[in-house]
Design a protein around this ligand. Structure first.
Ligand SMILES: [Zn+2]
Length: 320
């Protein structure tokens, strides 16, 4: 061998990072060709590059910081939970001492659970914070309503609970759909999932109110008016989200579907003997717009949008 191994091992880092002269490169390659021990040293060096080392260290620092904050927030959560336990304990003792048994204590307990679900839960859960917090908040609010209803011997629980559920779903569903774990299931159909949740909770609420006030009076009227509206919301959603067309076509179709809805409503309302204007949209001047006209205008706008889109498409193809 022309050169000794110490000299080559000094040169290897330069050779590896490709910052040596052509002459050096030749010498190193020649030596590597005939010396197995230097070849092994070079192979070991190539395994871990400096960039990888830095990246690995960065990951370690980040994950140890994350662990640190998780521990801290879990500790804070436990302390706050202990603070919440104090009034619960006091109320338990007072309620036992003054009454024959536990009565209003459960109301206090459920009310504190509502507060804890918003403060303690996000600090304590390691993953899916948004979902767990909103779910536990909704659950504790329903529990509170249930306990108050039992305590006051009311029969309104289903109405209150289903309305609360509908309201909270309106509020939370868009956020929950974008976060884990729901995100993994709904993928690209977040809007569809949110609309589904709205529809189900709305139907549940209407059903509960119907049960409460008596189906016979409530259903023909309430469903005749609310279900076509729900249908229109779905039509708007489907047109805007899933139709592959320009904004003008979408606007036109939305107007047309609103017109169709007012037609359906007019028919349903007259059959339900509702005391509403059966001729369509009534403006303050008293002028009534027949549904057919609204549908016509909507379709006209959609048609114009379609033609504009076609001509644009044609021009694009010509330019190609
Ligand atoms: Zn060597």
């Amino acid at each position: 061998m022309k050169y000794n191994c110490d000299l080559i091992s000094d040169l290897l880092p330069l050779y590896k990072d490709d910052i040596c002269s052509e002459a050096t490169k030749k010498i190193v390659e020649e030596h590597l060709g005939e010396c197995p021990s230097c070849r092994k040293m070079f192979a070991d060096m190539s395994d871990v590059t400096i960039d990888e080392k830095i990246a690995r260290e960065k990951d370690e620092v980040i994950s140890s910081q994350a662990r640190f904050f998780k521990r801290k927030s879990a500790l804070a959560g436990s302390i706050i939970a202990l603070i919440f336990a104090v009034p619960i304990l006091v109320c338990l003792i007072v309620n036992l001492a003054t009454g024959a048994g536990l009565t209003w204590f459960f109301i206090v307990l459920a009310a504190i659970l509502v507060a804890a679900s918003l403060i303690v839960v996000p600090l304590m859960v390691p993953e899916n914070k948004m979902f767990t917090t909103m779910a536990s908040f909704t659950g504790s609010v329903l529990l509170l309503l249930g306990i108050i209803c039992i305590y006051t011997r009311g029969n309104w629980f289903l109405v209150a609970a289903s309305s609360t559920l509908f309201g909270l779903t309106m509020l939370f569903a868009p956020f929950i759909a974008c976060r884990r774990p729901v995100k993994a299931y709904v993928k690209n159909h977040k809007g569809l999932a949110v609309m589904g949740a709205y529809t189900v909770t709305f139907a549940l609420m209407m059903f509960s109110i119907g049960m409460f006030v008596g189906m016979k009076d409530f259903f023909p009227m309430a469903f005749a008016i609310s279900m076509p509206l729900v249908g229109m919301c779905w039509a708007f959603f489907a047109i805007i989200r899933y139709l592959r067309s320009n904004a003008c076509v979408k606007t036109g179709l939305c107007i047309a579907s609103a017109g169709a809805l007012s037609g359906v409503l007019a028919i349903l309302a007259s059959s339900a003997e509702a005391s509403m204007s059966a001729t369509g949209v009534v403006y303050s001047s008293g002028v009534s717009v027949p549904p057919v006209l609204i549908v016509g205008v909507g379709l006209l706008i959609a048609g114009i949008g379609f033609l504009v889109g076609m001509s644009k498409e044609g021009k694009k193809n010509e330019n190609k």
